[in-house]
Ligand binder design. Structure first.
Ligand SMILES: *Cc1c(COP(=O)(O)O)cnc(C)c1O
Length: 385
């Protein structure tokens, strides 16, 4: 059997795969098992922050691999402690809990918020999230996710979530009561269609949370780790969240989740209240250190410049209705169906993603201008064709 036949026979059918088997790559250039070249505008959904075959990352990860791959959380390990320190120093947050995925980083944020609330009042456990949000695939993070399409077939759900319309502060205010312990948002809704929340709306949310002793949770699973042109997207809006969750691009391609706590929340989850066998894994943490230490001001400015460069070019393509997003998280509304564009790009050697009705671009952050130009040439042909 071919790889595709094996996969279709033996791997559970939860994904709509496209007809491509990726074998290897370098930077934003990938090769299929039949040696066709592809420009990568997806980076494994914002995961391969420095693309494929990045030397610094490989050296750091393999050097840790040859020391110890896992210890359990009964013991201290250097990468976990060093990464936590690095994240706290760069964000001003105070403590970090490590897990293995975005959904888990949000589960931890939700547990922390509920404990924070119920330590004060036993009914203070309600979390407000936004319509069109995406927070993960576990039953509780699906409850948090404000998209009905994800909810069919999986009842009963975890209670205590209210979904309100994004950028509508009056609706949010009308749902407030003393049982609300947190408001949880993505600065840019990724899966929901690359929608950037309004600055005014974010300011109002911050005001509401501070005045009412409600926690502000920012889900930076997709937007974080340099993706939007700042270390975390909330930093561009002057917010001071109480909890920040992240995952995807943090370790440059290894599974990791991180939930960061500020002064107010850092000691809410005490001994015995949470844990994860693989959480803080030394390989993943070593990989993350090699990513986070390189996301300095100069590099992040380059992310912004590449973003402007791509947005400028794409906005001149015929058939483009609008462009949204922040940094190298870009949504393109087109006259053609986004799914057709994805397929035609694939046929022509370019990997793109979709989000709702939009084409979504999430290239590696270190993509070169040559790779950008090569990819945009294909994208232009497809969108205009
Ligand atoms: C991808 C994503 C998640 C879920 O992450 P997993 O690693 O798939 O569990 C949660 N929130 C946001 C904003 C995401 O983009």
């Amino acid at each position: 059997m071919t790889v595709k036949e094996l996969d279709n026979t033996y791997v559970a059918h939860t994904y709509g795969r496209v007809d491509l088997c990726i074998e290897k790559g370098c930077g934003a250039t990938l090769y299929s098992d039949d040696n066709k070249k592809y420009i990568d505008f997806g980076s494994g959904i914002a995961v391969n922050t420095f693309g494929a075959c990045d030397k610094v990352w490989i050296d750091t990860v393999t050097s840790q691999l040859s020391k110890i791959q896992h210890t359990s959380n009964y013991y201290y390990t250097k990468p976990c402690a060093y990464l936590a320190k690095m994240l706290c120093e760069k964000t001003g947050m105070k403590k970090v809990f490590f897990s293995n995925s975005g959904a888990e980083s949000n589960e931890c944020a939700i547990k922390c918020a509920r404990k924070y609330g119920t330590d004060k009042n036993e009914n203070k456990n309600v979390i407000i999230t936004l319509k069109n949000s995406f927070h993960g695939r576990t039953i509780t993070t699906l409850s948090a996710t404000g998209q009905d399409s994800f909810h069919t077939n999986f009842t009963p759900f975890t209670e205590g979530f209210i979904h309100v319309e994004a950028n509508n502060i009056d609706e949010l205010k009308s749902t407030l009561n003393e049982n609300v312990c947190a408001i949880m948002i993505e600065i840019v809704q990724g899966e929901g269609g690359v929608n950037v929340l309004n600055k005014d709306y974010l300011d109002e949310i911050e005001k509401i949370t501070t005045e009412n002793d409600i926690l502000l949770i920012v889900d930076e699973v997709q937007t974080g780790n340099g993706r939007c042109g700042s270390l975390y997207a909330y930093m561009q809006f002057g917010l001071t969240p109480d909890i920040v969750s992240t995952a995807k691009g943090l370790a440059g391609g290894l599974p990791i989740g991180a939930t960061m706590f500020n002064e107010k929340t850092k000691d809410v989850l005490i001994k015995g209240t949470h844990g994860s066998t693989f959480g803080g894994n030394p390989i993943s943490c070593a990989g993350a250190i090699s990513i986070i230490e390189r996301l300095d001001k100069k590099f992040l400015n380059e992310v912004k410049e590449k973003s402007e460069y791509i947005k400028n070019k794409v906005s001149s393509f015929k058939g483009v209705k609008s462009i949204s997003g922040l940094g190298l998280m870009i949504g393109i509304e087109t006259e053609k169906e986004a799914s057709d564009i994805l397929q035609e790009c694939l046929n022509n050697g370019l990997l793109v993603l979709t989000a709702k009705t939009k084409v979504r671009l999430l290239p590696p952050l270190n993509i070169t201008y040559d790779e950008i130009d090569e990819g945009l040439k294909i994208l232009k042909g497809v969108i205009e064709g």
